[in-house]
Design a binder for this molecule. Sequence first.
Ligand code: G6P
Ligand code: MG
Length: 482
Amino acid sequence: MIPRRTKIVATLGPASSSPEVLEKMIVAGLDVARLNFSHGSPDEHRARAELVREIAARHGRFVALLGDLQGPKIRIAKFTDKRIELKEGDQFRFSVTHPRDAGNQEVVGIDYPDLVKDCGIGDELLLDDGRVVMRVDNATADELHCTVLIGGQLSDNKGINRRGGGLTAPALTNKDKADIKLAADLELDYLAVSFPRDAADMDLARRLRDEAGSDAWLIAKIERAEAVADDEALDGLIRASDGVMVARGDLGVEVGDAELVGIQKKIILHARRHNKVVITATQMMESMIHSPMPTRAEVSDVANAVLDYTDAVMLSAESAAGEYPIEAIKAMARVCCGAEKHPTSTKSGHRLGQQFERCDESAALAAMYTANHFPGVKAIIALTESGYTPLIMSRIRSSVPIFAFSPHRETQARVALFRGVQTIPFDPAALPAEKVSQMAVEELLKRNIVQPGDWVILTKGDSYHDSTGGTNTMKILRVGDQ
Ligand code: G6P
Ligand code: MG
């Protein structure tokens, strides 16, 4: 069997918290478990995190844990009767002073004091991911007066966006700050930051992460119109992050669905050029919330993201609250493998004509160039401290598997998100220096990944002790010749 290269992130929730279901999800191919801090208690997240690690260890699998901060999603308050029904042409008001639990047919409270300041006459407001649309006609000091353009049901605490973006809520709330501490406590491998506007928001998240004592890699969720307004804004956010997520739910609301597919391709391309990891998310298998089979359109959407060369595709409600979490992972795995057979998944023009900035980057990319052009090469071994060397390698399209050899638990889990990378626990510092290459190749032989006569590429640095960034050597080895 050819192992799948594209990774699967699945959100855990009530549908996927029992040991039985979780075990089947891990066996079916779950690579990264997402804990969504918008729902559930710290104790529930802790229980899920422990369960994932325990089951993965039992099966010899390496599953990373990603915490997803709620962020400043702006929401309306509550209605006296839970929900109202709005018709096109209705007049409706948002008020920062109206009682928070007493919305009615004319007005609802909102917990975001700057709403009036941030909105101008003529702006369009999108509620509940765009299901209800209103136009701002007028504003007083504490209220927006609107006309309903697209009617529908509006219920308690639904989200609110502005078409074109620009609502200026700061990216990290007090709840997010508490959840960053929880992430540190649970030793999560990744932390996703919701609604960052720019690099400064990511810098703040990084500072809070450091203060909390976490070494989780930071994922910027790209979901505001201003984050994709131009290349400078997008690249600034990418550079300030360890990876990004194409967060298509809110992004689609802000930029409009027609722009989304082009923006997805651009985000993935830019992330890879900056040596960053990228997840494609939201509604990928949406119909599988209630159906054991994806639609053809969903199959095409997952396959398209694979062809765009995303690192991972993600399940949200499908695995958190759906009826078929295990089938959803199996369907994703199957579709990824199919799409990876397409020739564009293995041919690379990555960064041709561009300069590299670092020695380890140059060695890692040279290894990939060799692997893609020398037909006997069956595997690449990257000795790595932090996962950085295999990360650079996996930015390039290839069909040759990359093996991250590392003694560290954090690194073994982290690389579960990188496309085409698998991990093998290995501690070169514990071996005689002259035996390291040979022992590394033997690990692959033992697992039947290579046979005598195959070629293997190995990268390393001069020192085997805590030398992240030290990769400066690439060896081409023939299995059996050592
Ligand atoms: C291992 C190797 C070193 C190498 C390092 C690279 O520790 O033994 O020789 O320098 O990995 O680590 P990095 O985090 O940069 O991938
Ligand atoms: Mg979102």
